[in-house]
Structure formats: C-alpha cells, structure tokens
Design a protein around this ligand. Sequence first.
Ligand code: GH3
Ligand code: MG
Ligand code: MG
Ligand code: MG
Length: 315
Amino acid sequence: QKPVDTTRLANLIREYHLGSDFNPERVLLIDDDTELAELYKAHLESAGMKVVNLTDPTQVIASIQEHKPELVLIDLYMPEYSGMEVASLIRQFDAYASMPIVYLSSEADNVRQTAALEKGADDFLTKPISAASLIAAVRLRIKRARQLQALISKDSLTGLLKHSSIKDALSNELSRAYRSKETLCSCMLDIDHFKRVNDSYGHAVGDTVIASLATLLTQRLRQSDHVGRYGGEEFMLVMPACHHDAAHSILDDIRQRFAAIQFIAGSEVFSCSLSAGYVVVVPDDEQSPSAQAITERADAALYESKNNGRNRVTQ
Ligand code: GH3
Ligand code: MG
Ligand code: MG
Ligand code: MG
C-alpha cells in the first residue's frame, strides 16, 4: 500500500476550506517602536492579514521586493530616517507608483500632516488607533488597490490579461504547482493567416475576430484558468491542475469551435482557424523548468503546428 503524503493532504484540505480565492492582505509596517509595531501587527493578523514588521527603514526596498506588500504603513518619526523620506524613496520606483502608503503617527498637526502627505503617501492615520479602525482602514485601501490592479492588468480590446500579467500568472501558478506537486498546462495559441483577414476585410473586422476568440476562450475554460493576450493575435493560457489528456481535448475543442464560427463582413461570410502548442509540466524533484523555458517549449510546439499545416494542436 502506498504511504499517505500528509503534507499534501493537509494542503488539499486547507485549499478546500479556504477556496482558491483566499488571498490574505499583505502589509509592511515600518516603525522604530517595536512594542507598538507588534501590537499593530497582532491586530492586523487577527483579521487574517500577513504582516511584516521592519524597524530599519534602510531595508525598505529589499523588504518590499521580498514580501510584495499591498500596502505600507509608516511611522512618521524614527531616529535615523523620517517616514517622509521612506515614502519618497518608495515613490522613486515606477513599479511601486500605485502602492498605497499610509502614515501611522501621533502627529496631530494638520499642516505637518499635509506636508508629509505631499511626499507621496496616500493617507494619514493617527495614533492611538483602535484595532477595528486600523483593520478597516487597511482592508478598504487594499480592496481598492486590488480593484485598480485588476483594471490595469487587462487588455482593452479583449478584457483578457495583458502580456505582462499573463506572464506573472504563469510564474505564480508554476511556483504553486511545484509546491503542491500538481500538473500545470501552458499553451500558446495563434490565429492562422490573420494578415489575410485584415487585408481582405479591414482592421476593424480583424479586431472582431480577436475579440470573438477571447470570448470563446473565457467561456470554454475554467474559472481557475488564466487567459492572456500575449501579442496581437496570439494568446497564452495557463491551466492549473490540468493533465495531458484533458489539455489536449480542451484545446482541440477550442480549435474546432473557433473554426466553426462564421464571421460576416459586408456581404461576405468567412471563417478562420487557429494553431496551438502546449506543454504539460509534471512536477518532480529533479526538474523544475522556469516559466521562460516552458514558454519557449510551448512556442516551439506552436510553430510545429504552423509548419505541419496549421489548424491543429501540438504538444
Ligand atoms: P500565421 O498563420 O503564420 O500566424 O500568419 P499570420 O498572418 O497570422 O501572422 P503574422 O504574425 O505575420 O500576422 C499577424 C497580423 O496580426 C499582423 C498584424 O497587423 C495583425 N494584428 C496584430 N494586432 C492586431 C490587432 O489588434 N487588430 C488587428 N485587426 N490586427 C492585428
Ligand atoms: Mg517613532
Ligand atoms: Mg497568426
Ligand atoms: Mg502571430
């Protein structure tokens, strides 16, 4: 009889109860007063958030890179650096332009509060603060930041994830697959002879074809799958927990459904086809290919589909 993998079982049970949407808020708290920082950390953790305390502001960028917080809480007065200096340091990085920065300070003077906010922070919370107020303030700002992030990560024509966002999705799902030892399927998909569509019927009709494929992909795939517009008429799919047989039949079904769509342009009716290449990653301890290596393999499979006559799916 096979031994039971208890870690895997525990993870499965946890995921089952928490659901795939469970995503605790991540907060970085910078304060020289360690006792107070521990108290605030405990408040936020009691609400299920993940909190990292930092007493040395010179480590702020390294800490942001490591913990990827969704909000930074900064004390205003610290011995070596002021909170204002820390806020303006964070704002020097384009990547953190939209990260909510909130001061947490006993400073009650409005003029000094405003001066501090001008350094690039978003808001001011005054100490002492109750657990309930702190939790509500942090939770609401992170909720709003997530809504904005979801908006800016989408492609405007199709509503799918943008190039950089689908790449992030692949990296994240890959790490998760290696941790949970689940298989993962990644696919590249490209419309065949799309130039001809544009040349024959115009760019606007071409856009409609791209948008129709996007709709088909979102309807046919699961909620937990990720769909991105990788480039013009090229798409990337990331399908967690998808095995080889399932991957092939889903992709081939998409291929057939797309080929069956009849597009109308003026008095003409036409149809298109697509080619796909996919990779199934089966995690084992010896091989953990990178996201880039997997994308290159999916790309190579796509080009095999193209070279073998298009309108087909290749692993
Ligand atoms: P293949 O079967 O080898 O993929 O041939 P193809 O003609 O599809 O490939 P190619 O990559 O040469 O052409 C893609 C075309 O897609 C070129 C470009 O003008 C067009 N395109 C890229 N983005 C858009 C877009 O947003 N809208 C429209 N209408 N066309 C686009
Ligand atoms: Mg202080
Ligand atoms: Mg093409
Ligand atoms: Mg192309």
